[in-house]
Design a protein around this ligand. Structure first.
Ligand code: 3PG
Length: 401
């Protein structure tokens, strides 16, 4: 079902438009470290400025669990957005979200006094205990203040939060330009992928990748595996992986998928010390053996594996990548991840349709300076994985209704 688009909403002049964004970005010492998610929402905000709406942004940051955590307030986001949009962004201070009648009236008055095209941001939604699981009356109370609700937080569509599934029940709602763009790109991969379709999966949390793995085993031509998933498979098969990170309790699943024909596993790995001062390559024999000596762990896939993976990537017409191949934050364990990133970006926008998503994947791509060469950089980690696993996201269901 096609979602109602922001562009189809008429007469937004002077209207109070609530926009749910996902500005859950890394922040250190009150500074935004990565503003990808903020920049991704600029088209929607600029559209609303042009239409002279009063724009009220809603977001969560981190997991404060219904409590005020000062380090997670929206001030750094306001500062960063103001720079990016070249406009002062106002703060509507909802503090702990206990919206008494008086507090609500104050907010309504402040919004009334805003000029058309002005932007304001409310406090971190997760300071309210009602946001995470859509409890209480938060969604209804927010909807009462809004004329229109725009969902532009693609990365949070897999959550049953008040601002995701609740607000659309009570007020005229539509999808923002980022949400529409991401859905269009992911649908291309999900429903009309050009063959060969190669999926690259890495990262540490194997559990979050299982639904996608299930889907890809059916739809992709090859799945190239790296990161913690490899370690879990090797451990399950009986190799000695020393202190390497693996997903405890997921060994049987790793074995099931590792044995599938479409799943391509490394033929060699790089082991060493965490600081990268000592490292060596280990070829993986068919028969399980000890890979790591005392004090060593697996930190990357090896050069022969990289050559093998490169063959698949350079033939592919559809490419999806989520999760690092190794501990890329530490040299020399960044080699495979950055090579995969460069290969994918080089094939994108022409030879293949390339999609990447997830915090560390984008971070790695940024290190290559080639992020703009990729067809779709999804702002969603969990949301992208769920969407590509053909799960119906609660945030989309809410908009369809
Ligand atoms: C994300 O970063 O994936 C989204 O912002 C959702 O955050 P959450 O996993 O804390 O719900």
């Amino acid at each position: 079902m096609a979602l109602r688009s922001l562009k189809s909403i008429r007469n937004l002049n002077g209207k109070v438009v609530f926009v749910r964004v996902d500005y859950n970005v890394p922040i250190k010492k009150k500074r935004v470290l990565d503003d990808t998610r903020i920049r991704a929402t600029l088209p929607t905000i600029q559209f609303l400025i042009k239409k002279k709406a009063k724009i009220i942004l809603l977001t969560h940051i981190g997991r404060p669990n219904g409590k005020i955590v000062t380090s997670l307030n929206v001030d750094p986001l306001i500062e960063r957005l103001s720079v990016l949009i070249k406009k002062k962004v106002k703060k509507l201070d909802t503090k702990n979200w206990k919206l008494s009648k008086k507090k609500k009236l104050e907010i309504i008055t402040e919004i009334k006094e805003m000029y058309s095209g002005q932007i304001a941001m409310m406090e971190n939604l997760r300071f309210s205990p009602d946001e995470a699981n859509n409890t209480g009356t938060l969604a209804k109370e927010l909807a009462e203040i809004a004329d229109v609700f725009v969902q532009d937080g693609f990365a949070v569509l897999h959550r049953e939060s008040a601002s995701v599934v609740g607000i659309p029940k009570y007020v005229s709602s539509c999808a923002g330009l980022l949400v529409l763009k991401e859905i269009k790109g992911l649908n291309r991969v999900l429903h009309h992928p050009k063959s060969p379709f190669v999926c690259i999966l890495g990262g540490v949390k194997m559990e979050t990748k299982i639904p996608l793995l299930k889907q890809m085993v059916v739809h992709a031509d090859q799945i190239l595996i790296g990161g913690g998933i490899v370690n879990t498979y090797l451990k399950a098969t009986g190799y000695g992986i020393g202190s390497s990170i693996f997903d405890k309790g997921k060994e049987h699943i790793a074995l099931t998928y590792g044995r599938k024909k479409k799943v391509i596993l490394p033929v060699d790995v790089i082991v060493g010390t965490k600081d990268g001062k000592h490292y060596r390559r280990v070829r993986l024999a068919k028969k399980p053996h000890v890979i790591c000596k005392k004090g060593e762990a697996i930190f990357d896939i090896g050069p022969e594996t990289l050559r093998l993976y490169a063959l698949y990537i350079t033939q592919a017409k559809t490419l999806v990548w989520n999760g690092a191949m190794g501990y890329f934050e530490q040299k020399p364990y960044d080699i495979a991840t950055l090579t995969i990133a460069r290969l994918l970006a080089a094939r994108s926008k022409g030879s293949a349709y390339g999609v990447i998503g997830g915090g560390e994947t984008i971070q790695a791509m940024d290190l290559t300076g080639m992020t703009d060469d990729v067809d779709l950089v999804s702002t969603g980690g969990g949301a992208m994985l769920s969407y590509l696993a053909a799960e119906k996201l609660p945030g989309i269901i809410a908009l369809e209704k």
